[in-house]
Design a protein around this ligand. Structure first.
Ligand code: Q46
Ligand code: ZN
Length: 289
Protein backbone atom coordinates (compact mmCIF):
# COMPACT_ATOMS: atom_id res chain seq x y z
CA UNK A 1 0.00 0.00 0.00
CA UNK A 2 1.27 3.50 -0.89
CA UNK A 3 0.77 6.84 0.86
CA UNK A 4 -2.15 8.59 -0.82
CA UNK A 5 -0.44 11.92 -0.32
CA UNK A 6 3.21 11.41 -1.36
CA UNK A 7 3.41 7.88 -2.80
CA UNK A 8 5.90 6.55 -0.20
CA UNK A 9 5.35 3.23 1.60
CA UNK A 10 2.16 3.48 3.68
CA UNK A 11 2.32 3.42 7.49
CA UNK A 12 -1.37 3.31 8.41
CA UNK A 13 -4.86 4.43 7.52
CA UNK A 14 -6.16 7.78 8.78
CA UNK A 15 -9.83 8.65 8.21
CA UNK A 16 -10.23 6.39 5.19
CA UNK A 17 -6.87 6.92 3.42
CA UNK A 18 -3.44 5.35 3.75
CA UNK A 19 -0.48 7.55 4.64
CA UNK A 20 3.24 7.13 5.18
CA UNK A 21 4.60 7.89 8.66
CA UNK A 22 5.37 11.58 7.94
CA UNK A 23 2.04 12.25 6.21
CA UNK A 24 0.18 10.41 8.99
CA UNK A 25 1.82 12.71 11.58
CA UNK A 26 0.91 15.76 9.47
CA UNK A 27 -2.72 14.63 9.04
CA UNK A 28 -3.14 13.78 12.74
CA UNK A 29 -1.64 17.07 13.94
CA UNK A 30 -3.73 18.92 11.35
CA UNK A 31 -6.89 17.31 12.75
CA UNK A 32 -5.96 18.25 16.35
CA UNK A 33 -5.18 21.79 15.22
CA UNK A 34 -8.53 22.19 13.45
CA UNK A 35 -10.38 20.99 16.56
CA UNK A 36 -8.37 23.37 18.77
CA UNK A 37 -9.22 26.23 16.37
CA UNK A 38 -12.84 25.16 15.74
CA UNK A 39 -13.68 25.14 19.45
CA UNK A 40 -11.39 28.11 20.22
CA UNK A 41 -9.71 26.07 22.92
CA UNK A 42 -6.61 28.19 23.54
CA UNK A 43 -6.06 31.95 23.31
CA UNK A 44 -2.78 33.70 22.66
CA UNK A 45 -0.40 33.84 25.67
CA UNK A 46 -2.54 31.58 27.84
CA UNK A 47 -0.62 29.26 30.18
CA UNK A 48 -1.68 25.64 29.67
CA UNK A 49 -1.03 22.84 32.15
CA UNK A 50 -1.35 19.41 30.48
CA UNK A 51 -2.30 16.35 32.53
CA UNK A 52 0.21 13.65 31.75
CA UNK A 53 -0.42 10.07 32.87
CA UNK A 54 2.10 8.32 30.63
CA UNK A 55 -0.68 6.56 28.66
CA UNK A 56 -0.93 6.90 24.86
CA UNK A 57 -3.70 9.53 24.93
CA UNK A 58 -1.97 11.98 27.26
CA UNK A 59 1.37 11.45 25.48
CA UNK A 60 -0.34 12.15 22.13
CA UNK A 61 -1.95 15.27 23.63
CA UNK A 62 1.33 16.62 25.03
CA UNK A 63 3.17 16.04 21.74
CA UNK A 64 0.47 17.71 19.64
CA UNK A 65 0.14 20.63 22.09
CA UNK A 66 3.90 21.07 22.03
CA UNK A 67 3.90 21.47 18.24
CA UNK A 68 0.86 23.78 18.42
CA UNK A 69 2.25 25.94 21.23
CA UNK A 70 4.73 27.64 18.90
CA UNK A 71 2.15 28.14 16.16
CA UNK A 72 -0.65 29.46 18.40
CA UNK A 73 1.58 31.18 20.90
CA UNK A 74 0.71 29.65 24.26
CA UNK A 75 2.81 28.41 27.16
CA UNK A 76 2.86 24.72 28.04
CA UNK A 77 3.87 22.67 31.09
CA UNK A 78 2.93 19.14 32.14
CA UNK A 79 1.55 17.81 35.43
CA UNK A 80 1.73 14.28 36.80
CA UNK A 81 -0.03 12.95 39.90
CA UNK A 82 1.58 9.94 41.55
CA UNK A 83 -1.55 8.11 42.69
CA UNK A 84 0.08 5.32 44.69
CA UNK A 85 -1.15 2.48 42.50
CA UNK A 86 1.30 -0.46 42.90
CA UNK A 87 4.18 -0.47 40.40
CA UNK A 88 1.89 1.17 37.83
CA UNK A 89 2.34 4.67 39.29
CA UNK A 90 6.15 4.40 39.41
CA UNK A 91 6.30 3.17 35.85
CA UNK A 92 3.91 5.90 34.66
CA UNK A 93 6.05 8.54 36.38
CA UNK A 94 9.24 7.22 34.76
CA UNK A 95 7.60 7.28 31.29
CA UNK A 96 6.14 10.76 31.89
CA UNK A 97 9.58 12.06 32.90
CA UNK A 98 11.09 10.56 29.75
CA UNK A 99 8.38 12.01 27.45
CA UNK A 100 8.65 15.47 29.03
CA UNK A 101 12.39 15.49 28.62
CA UNK A 102 12.17 14.37 24.96
CA UNK A 103 9.61 17.12 24.28
CA UNK A 104 11.44 19.64 26.46
CA UNK A 105 8.32 20.42 28.49
CA UNK A 106 8.62 21.11 32.22
CA UNK A 107 7.01 18.37 34.31
CA UNK A 108 5.42 19.14 37.70
CA UNK A 109 4.87 16.16 39.98
CA UNK A 110 2.52 15.83 42.98
CA UNK A 111 2.19 12.68 45.13
CA UNK A 112 -1.04 11.84 46.94
CA UNK A 113 1.07 10.04 49.55
CA UNK A 114 1.83 13.55 50.79
CA UNK A 115 -1.83 13.66 51.86
CA UNK A 116 -1.40 10.41 53.82
CA UNK A 117 -2.97 7.82 51.52
CA UNK A 118 -2.65 5.91 48.25
CA UNK A 119 -5.33 4.96 45.72
CA UNK A 120 -4.44 1.32 46.50
CA UNK A 121 -5.82 1.94 50.03
CA UNK A 122 -9.26 2.77 48.61
CA UNK A 123 -11.21 -0.44 48.43
CA UNK A 124 -14.61 0.80 47.21
CA UNK A 125 -15.49 3.16 44.35
CA UNK A 126 -11.76 3.44 43.64
CA UNK A 127 -12.09 5.27 40.32
CA UNK A 128 -14.54 7.76 41.71
CA UNK A 129 -12.18 8.65 44.60
CA UNK A 130 -9.24 8.70 42.18
CA UNK A 131 -11.14 10.98 39.77
CA UNK A 132 -11.95 13.38 42.61
CA UNK A 133 -8.31 13.43 43.77
CA UNK A 134 -7.08 14.14 40.24
CA UNK A 135 -9.58 16.94 39.56
CA UNK A 136 -8.89 18.56 42.94
CA UNK A 137 -5.08 18.43 42.83
CA UNK A 138 -4.98 19.45 39.20
CA UNK A 139 -7.20 22.50 39.75
CA UNK A 140 -5.44 23.60 42.91
CA UNK A 141 -1.95 23.21 41.47
CA UNK A 142 -2.91 24.97 38.23
CA UNK A 143 -4.45 27.94 40.05
CA UNK A 144 -1.69 28.28 42.64
CA UNK A 145 0.92 28.15 39.86
CA UNK A 146 -0.81 30.78 37.70
CA UNK A 147 -2.06 28.61 34.80
CA UNK A 148 -5.09 29.72 32.77
CA UNK A 149 -6.11 26.31 31.47
CA UNK A 150 -5.92 22.63 32.28
CA UNK A 151 -5.66 20.26 29.29
CA UNK A 152 -6.72 16.63 29.57
CA UNK A 153 -6.19 13.76 27.13
CA UNK A 154 -9.82 12.64 26.93
CA UNK A 155 -10.48 11.25 23.48
CA UNK A 156 -13.74 10.90 21.54
CA UNK A 157 -14.55 7.44 22.93
CA UNK A 158 -13.92 8.53 26.54
CA UNK A 159 -16.37 11.40 26.15
CA UNK A 160 -19.07 9.39 24.35
CA UNK A 161 -18.73 6.39 26.69
CA UNK A 162 -19.19 8.78 29.62
CA UNK A 163 -22.22 10.31 27.94
CA UNK A 164 -23.88 6.89 27.57
CA UNK A 165 -22.96 5.88 31.11
CA UNK A 166 -24.28 9.12 32.58
CA UNK A 167 -27.49 8.96 30.58
CA UNK A 168 -27.95 5.47 32.00
CA UNK A 169 -27.54 6.73 35.58
CA UNK A 170 -29.64 9.86 34.97
CA UNK A 171 -26.83 12.39 35.33
CA UNK A 172 -28.25 15.16 33.15
CA UNK A 173 -25.92 17.93 34.26
CA UNK A 174 -23.15 16.07 32.56
CA UNK A 175 -23.03 17.30 28.98
CA UNK A 176 -21.99 20.86 29.96
CA UNK A 177 -18.95 19.46 31.71
CA UNK A 178 -17.78 17.46 28.71
CA UNK A 179 -17.38 20.29 26.21
CA UNK A 180 -14.07 20.85 24.43
CA UNK A 181 -13.49 24.09 26.37
CA UNK A 182 -15.08 24.87 29.73
CA UNK A 183 -14.53 28.35 31.06
CA UNK A 184 -13.12 28.76 34.55
CA UNK A 185 -14.92 30.65 37.31
CA UNK A 186 -13.98 31.81 40.77
CA UNK A 187 -11.34 29.31 42.03
CA UNK A 188 -11.98 26.85 39.20
CA UNK A 189 -9.52 26.85 36.30
CA UNK A 190 -10.85 26.45 32.73
CA UNK A 191 -10.45 23.09 31.01
CA UNK A 192 -9.77 22.01 27.46
CA UNK A 193 -9.82 18.65 25.68
CA UNK A 194 -7.54 18.96 22.64
CA UNK A 195 -8.20 15.32 21.58
CA UNK A 196 -11.99 15.85 21.65
CA UNK A 197 -12.43 14.52 18.11
CA UNK A 198 -9.53 12.04 18.02
CA UNK A 199 -10.07 8.31 18.52
CA UNK A 200 -8.03 6.08 20.80
CA UNK A 201 -6.66 4.20 17.82
CA UNK A 202 -5.55 7.41 16.10
CA UNK A 203 -3.77 8.50 19.31
CA UNK A 204 -2.00 5.15 19.55
CA UNK A 205 -0.85 5.25 15.92
CA UNK A 206 0.34 8.84 16.32
CA UNK A 207 2.44 8.00 19.39
CA UNK A 208 3.90 5.01 17.50
CA UNK A 209 4.57 7.16 14.43
CA UNK A 210 6.34 9.72 16.61
CA UNK A 211 8.24 6.87 18.34
CA UNK A 212 7.42 8.24 21.78
CA UNK A 213 7.44 6.03 24.90
CA UNK A 214 4.11 5.34 26.62
CA UNK A 215 2.70 3.00 29.28
CA UNK A 216 0.84 0.26 27.46
CA UNK A 217 -0.58 -1.53 30.47
CA UNK A 218 -3.94 -0.56 31.96
CA UNK A 219 -4.33 0.71 35.52
CA UNK A 220 -5.12 -2.37 37.68
CA UNK A 221 -8.28 -0.59 38.92
CA UNK A 222 -9.52 0.17 35.39
CA UNK A 223 -13.29 -0.29 35.16
CA UNK A 224 -15.20 -2.31 32.59
CA UNK A 225 -14.92 -1.09 29.00
CA UNK A 226 -18.50 -1.96 28.07
CA UNK A 227 -19.57 1.64 27.30
CA UNK A 228 -16.55 2.18 25.06
CA UNK A 229 -17.28 -1.07 23.24
CA UNK A 230 -20.81 0.19 22.58
CA UNK A 231 -19.35 3.41 21.13
CA UNK A 232 -17.05 1.39 18.80
CA UNK A 233 -19.98 -0.74 17.77
CA UNK A 234 -22.20 2.25 16.91
CA UNK A 235 -19.36 3.89 14.97
CA UNK A 236 -18.90 0.70 12.97
CA UNK A 237 -22.60 0.59 12.10
CA UNK A 238 -23.05 4.35 11.69
CA UNK A 239 -19.75 5.77 10.36
CA UNK A 240 -19.35 9.41 11.39
CA UNK A 241 -21.55 8.99 14.49
CA UNK A 242 -18.71 9.91 16.86
CA UNK A 243 -17.82 13.27 15.34
CA UNK A 244 -21.44 14.16 14.69
CA UNK A 245 -22.53 13.63 18.32
CA UNK A 246 -19.46 15.46 19.66
CA UNK A 247 -20.05 18.50 17.44
CA UNK A 248 -23.70 18.63 18.47
CA UNK A 249 -22.70 18.37 22.11
CA UNK A 250 -20.21 21.20 21.71
CA UNK A 251 -22.93 23.44 20.22
CA UNK A 252 -25.44 22.83 22.98
CA UNK A 253 -25.78 25.79 25.34
CA UNK A 254 -27.15 25.83 28.84
CA UNK A 255 -26.59 28.62 31.24
CA UNK A 256 -27.39 26.81 34.45
CA UNK A 257 -25.12 27.96 37.23
CA UNK A 258 -24.49 25.47 40.00
CA UNK A 259 -24.54 26.95 43.47
CA UNK A 260 -21.20 26.61 45.17
CA UNK A 261 -19.59 27.21 48.55
CA UNK A 262 -16.03 27.14 49.88
CA UNK A 263 -14.73 24.11 51.75
CA UNK A 264 -14.39 24.80 55.48
CA UNK A 265 -11.14 22.85 55.58
CA UNK A 266 -9.21 23.81 52.45
CA UNK A 267 -11.15 26.73 50.93
CA UNK A 268 -11.63 25.11 47.51
CA UNK A 269 -14.97 25.24 45.68
CA UNK A 270 -17.51 22.63 46.72
CA UNK A 271 -21.27 22.09 46.84
CA UNK A 272 -21.24 20.99 50.51
CA UNK A 273 -19.55 22.43 53.60
CA UNK A 274 -16.48 20.14 53.34
CA UNK A 275 -15.25 19.23 49.86
CA UNK A 276 -15.07 15.65 48.60
CA UNK A 277 -11.25 15.73 48.55
CA UNK A 278 -11.03 16.71 52.23
CA UNK A 279 -13.62 14.03 53.03
CA UNK A 280 -11.46 11.50 51.17
CA UNK A 281 -8.36 12.64 53.08
CA UNK A 282 -10.23 12.35 56.41
CA UNK A 283 -11.44 8.88 55.48
CA UNK A 284 -8.24 7.37 54.06
CA UNK A 285 -5.31 9.36 55.45
CA UNK A 286 -3.07 7.67 57.96
CA UNK A 287 -1.77 11.08 59.02
CA UNK A 288 -3.72 12.79 61.80
CA UNK A 289 -5.57 15.77 60.32
S1 Q46 B 1 -6.09 5.83 37.25
FE1 Q46 B 1 -7.64 6.19 38.77
FE2 Q46 B 1 -8.09 5.70 36.21
FE3 Q46 B 1 -6.90 3.83 37.71
S2 Q46 B 1 -8.00 4.19 39.62
FE4 Q46 B 1 -9.54 4.39 38.02
S3 Q46 B 1 -9.54 6.58 37.67
S4 Q46 B 1 -8.57 3.52 36.26
S5 Q46 B 1 -8.18 6.93 34.42
ZN1 ZN C 1 -11.56 20.84 51.05
Amino acid sequence: MMCSSCGKKAFEKFRGRYYCRECFIRKYEGAVESAVRRYRMVRKNERVLAALSGGKDSVAMLMSLKSLSRKLNFELEAFFIHLGIGGYSDKSLAVSQKVSSILDVELNVVRIEDYGFRIDDVKRKTCSVCGNVKRYLFNRFARESGFDLIATGHCAEDILANLLKNMYSGNIEWSEKQKPRIEGYDRMIGRIRPLYEMSERENLLYVLARELPFVSEECPHAPSTVWKEIVYDIEKRVPGYRVSVLRNLARERRDEKTEYKYCKKCGEITTSSICQFCRNVMKYSKKSS
